[in-house]
Design a protein around this ligand. Structure first.
Ligand SMILES: *Cc1c(COP(=O)(O)O)cnc(C)c1O
Length: 400
């Protein structure tokens, strides 16, 4: 790497020349972060209430994770899964003792979903292969994951998709019952839809899916890539809703910002992922495992699940008050530190306006302004963020 730091403009020029332009990027280059703050190449500081798309679950460069990675890198960076390593055993134990079952490690959310789909097919009798997933869901971009993602915009130009995926409307148990047939092997759902706009399940819906899965011998998979690691105010989203799935997929915040994914499944299902049938070369590597352990340690030592619940309430209060004042806000949806403001207008312009005022947020599903604040966000930062959002939405209300 160049010793002289580049300006944002210079870095953008490099991208224009050499990086495949598949992302819409904000026109700034980020160089350093700490907690909920991040700095660009020009030295501007931003309050980031959407750090790392939720991957930075305990903020930028959390000290225990930094230290764990540095220490681990000096002894072993990578070891393939033909060997045992203590860190993988310990991280699996840490996850499963806070959840259930046994873990398989990979590197990303989509990879975890791919593995879970294979597991559901392998665990059920031959001939059963169909998976039911849900409208407005999001499961990643590899082929099974994107096929499971029931949003036509993500399917353009890439057909044929993988056979065997059926889509049900959200919160409609009858529709799910209708889709189940002799070839169905599983149900795949995010307990709270993230990318789809922070959509919470209606009361009884997840319980209903559990019943249908039990009746028909289906594997119930919760995609917890975004809802894991305390995000919903419990270690895992299924605990928030009190419904036990057979399999969960994990990634995003799993290792405090280091690439890491996992499948956790019930003990009795685990043998179905037979030796030789699934693998991931980098999965469960010492660096990611050390980072994951340090993430769990930080969440616990710093009481961050409790902080998540407190800050969740604070967002709910601040934003509900704002909704009274600004009719442009149609609905506030909050689950732990997943926050969505559904607007009467496109949410995209609000992102740039917030950025001009030093606040980073996300726009999703056309009209939803989305926040995934770090679990260690402070009350002051919540208030500061809500204040900027208030200014921006007031300005947008005047314009309409
Ligand atoms: C982000 C996300 C994925 C995809 O994760 P990648 O790491 O980008 O592959 C899958 N499922 C859910 C629920 C997600 O939020």
């Amino acid at each position: 790497m160049n010793d002289t730091p580049l300006s944002s403009r210079e870095t953008i020029e490099l991208f224009d020349r050499y990086v495949i332009p598949n992302y819409g990027r904000h026109p700034i280059s980020l160089v350093r972060g700490e907690g909920a703050y991040v700095w660009d190449a020009e030295g501007n500081r931003y309050l980031d209430l959407f750090p790392g798309w939720g991957c930075n679950i305990i903020g930028y460069s959390p000290p225990r994770v930094v230290e764990a990675i540095q220490r681990q890198a000096a002894s072993l960076i990578h070891v393939p899964n033909t060997w045992y390593i203590q860190q993988q055993g310990e991280f699996a134990a840490a996850l499963c003792s806070r959840g259930f079952g046994k873990a398989f490690f990979c590197n990303s959310g989509a990879e975890a979903v791919e593995g879970a789909v294979k597991l559901a097919r392998m665990h059920t009798p031959d001939g059963k292969y169909k998976i039911i997933s849900f409208e407005d869901g999001f499961h990643g971009r590899t082929f099974a994951a994107v096929t499971a993602t029931a949003q036509p915009k993500y399917h353009q130009g890439i057909s044929p998709l993988i056979p065997g995926f059926k889509y049900a409307p959200r919160n409609d148990l009858d529709a799910v019952r209708e889709l189940v047939d002799d070839e169905t092997c599983g149900i795949l759902i995010e307990p709270v839809q993230g990318e789809g706009g922070v959509n919470l399940p209606q009361d009884g819906f997840l319980e209903g899916l559990r019943e249908i899965a039990d009746q028909h011998g289906l594997v119930l998979i919760f995609d917890e890539v975004q809802t894991c690691m305390g995000r919903t105010g419990e270690w895992f989203g299924y605990q928030t809703f009190g419904v036990q799935p057979d399999v969960i997929t994990l990634a995003k915040g799993l290792a405090g910002g280091v690439a890491c994914g996992a499948i956790v499944c019930k003990d009795e299902i685990a043998p179905s992922l037979r030796p030789g049938m699934h693998a991931s070369t980098f999965g469960g590597n010492p660096l990611a495992m050390a980072a994951g352990l340090a993430t769990i340690e930080t969440i616990e030592a710093d009481g961050l699940i409790e902080n998540c619940r407190i800050m969740s309430e604070r967002f709910r209060e601040r934003l509900s008050a704002l909704k009274q004042e600004l009719p442009v806000i149609e609905e506030i949806r909050v689950c732990g530190l997943m926050v969505g403001l559904d607007l009467a207008v496109s949410s995209t312009p609000a992102v740039a306006k917030c950025m001009q005022r030093g606040l980073l947020v996300n726009a999703t599903h056309d009209t939803v302004l989305r926040l995934l604040p770090p679990l260690n966000v402070t009350g002051e930062q919540v208030d500061q963020g809500c204040e900027i959002i208030a200014q921006v939405l007031a300005e947008m209300s005047e314009a309409t």
